[in-house]
Design a protein around this ligand. Structure first.
Ligand code: BG6
Length: 503
């Protein structure tokens, strides 16, 4: 579509939302305030939302239109006049998600916006409600004819937050209910990791460079390490986290997405189908753990009190909303093997946890040792294997670790780092993950959303682990907040003659 705004360059000009209304279910909640509204505000301030765009918030809380508008302004107080103006058009509908009255009022609000703002009878519904309500809200959308655009419109889409199901069966059941109402092409399953620039950069690094792809395989790579570490605890989400745990909260979605982009084959086309086809193929090649091996190939643990970044931190069991006897894991480490031509024999080690020493997400490709070291042992004491580390956050960038001579009269080699830092190399501002993904959903580009078969494959990998853990009543391993998890996590690699990187 055309946009006369001179502030936009050619590429940005194409990326402007078409006329539509974003309907946010769960609009009074945490996700809307922390992520969705600030992302919309950034889009508005860079002129990616036209005046023919608006938002209707739906939630159980009794808010007036004005109260919702105030909340929206407060969520992004410095966003400027374009956001101020846009907020003035927002509507709020209070009511139960399964009540016809709620939907009658929603229809009324949508019709008014179509008339007054020219929102074109197009809708994007965003499910920011508790996961247990996803099926019910989607069915209500269908029952109230909101699964298609209103007369004269072009699209109705639904964006569904994670977690998508809590195991393979419930994910399939949810998918069945969602597919009864929406066609797959209308469904946008969100994983905010896919909106991160550095996650997308995996594709650029791998497929825009001649030097990496030839070594991206079992002949050169010894193993892969994926770390998603958080310094934060469960904050105020204790009761949610009790039902989730680290495997469901991070591994099934964020880690599986990063893993599939790391391991996939070059796509035939760089579009939604091409990329998602290859991601699914990569996930299908991941070997499913035999329940009898879960005990040796995975480690789960929970944090006790400790110190994180210089501050005292309470133990998980004394966090708000957490059962004092809880067996929910806040840390997972595991080894996965991949049965395909490219990766056979290359283990992928994954670790994630809350209350680790710092926040860091990275993918490290650890390369084979040289076939022969022509140095004395003491000369090579400081030498480690080559590694290419993709730092997803913070300090977004790429590090290459290689051996170099230590300056001086004697001959010694030590591993050094060559760093590429996103912030230093590009002047362009990095879009926040939600900003990128919301605009994609408005425009109708599903490339960075998860297809039904991807969710299925990711659960297929996690399900046997959850099942085996449920059967296992032995005490959970423990770690002090502010450490890199329990000793067992180190042993997982040591028994293979490897060790975790110090990120
Ligand atoms: C969410 C999890 O999906 O991702 C949270 O539910 C976690 O528990 C968060 O803290 C991490 O996201 P980010 O972008 O801070 O790495």
């Amino acid at each position: 579509m055309t946009n006369p705004n001179p502030l936009l360059d050619e590429a940005d000009r194409e990326r402007v939302a078409p006329p539509c209304v974003l309907v946010v279910f769960g609009a009074s909640g945490d996700l809307a305030a922390r992520k969705l509204l600030p992302a919309l505000a950034r889009l508005a301030s860079r002129h990616a939302l036209p005046s023919s765009f608006s938002v209707v918030g739906v939630a159980r809380s009794e808010l007036s239109d004005d109260e919702f508008r105030d909340r929206a302004r407060k969520a992004a107080p410095d966003a400027g006049p374009a956001w101020e103006e846009l907020c003035g058009s927002f509507r709020f509908v209070a009511g139960e998600y399964d009540h016809p009255d709620t939907f009658a009022r929603l229809h009324e609000a949508l019709d008014t916006l179509d008339r007054e703002r020219g929102t074109g009878a197009n809708r994007v519904h965003y499910l920011a409600t508790p996961p247990s309500t996803f099926g019910e809200v989607v069915e209500a959308l269908g029952a109230n004819d909101l699964n298609r655009p209103a007369t004269g419109g072009q699209f109705a889409r639904v964006v569904i937050e994670k977690p998508y199901g809590r195991d393979l069966d419930s994910a399939r059941e949810l998918d069945r209910r969602v597919h009864a109402v929406f066609d797959e092409s209308q469904i946008y399953r969100i994983d905010h990791y896919l909106g991160k620039e550095t996650v997308q950069n995996l594709l650029a690094l791998r497929f825009a460079n001649a030097i990496f792809e030839p070594i991206w395989n079992r002949r050169y790579v010894d193993h892969v390490q994926i770390t998603v570490a958080e310094a934060l605890g469960v904050e105020h989400r204790g009761s949610f986290y009790e039902q989730a745990g680290a495997l469901r909260d991070i591994v099934q979605n964020h880690v599986m997405q990063v893993l599939s982009l790391t391991l996939m084959e070059p796509p035939a086309t760089m579009d939604a189908q091409g990329i998602r086809d290859e991601k699914v193929k990569a996930l299908r090649a991941v070997e499913i753990l035999d329940p009898l091996d879960v005990g040796t190939e995975t480690v789960r643990a929970q944090y006790d009190a400790g110190w994180v970044e210089g501050e005292p931190a309470a133990g998980y069991r004394s966090e708000d909303g957490v059962d004092p006897e809880s067996r929910t894991e806040t840390f997972v480490a595991l080894r996965l093997d991949v049965d395909n031509w490219r990766w056979a024999g290359v283990p992928v080690y994954i670790r994630t946890g809350k209350r680790l020493p710092k926040r860091v997400t990275e993918v490290a490709m650890q390369f084979n040792a040289v076939p022969h070291l022509p140095f004395l042992a003491r000369q090579a004491r400081g030498l480690g294997p080559n590694a290419l580390v993709l730092r997803i956050q913070p300090d977004e960038g790429i590090t290459l670790r290689f051996g170099a001579k230590v300056p001086g009269q004697s001959f010694a080699v030590r591993t050094v780092s060559m760093d590429f830092l996103y912030g230093a190399a590009f002047a362009e501002e990095t879009a926040e993950a939600y900003e990128r993904l919301l605009l994609d959903a408005f425009i109708g580009d599903p490339t960075l959303f998860i297809r039904s078969d991807e969710v299925d494959q990711a659960w297929r990998i996690c399900d046997p682990i959850l099942g085996a853990w449920q059967q296992d009543e032995s005490p959970l391993a423990r770690y002090a907040a502010g450490t890199w998890g329990p000793k067992d996590a180190d042993r997982l690699l040591e028994r293979d003659g490897r060790h975790w990187r110090n990120p």
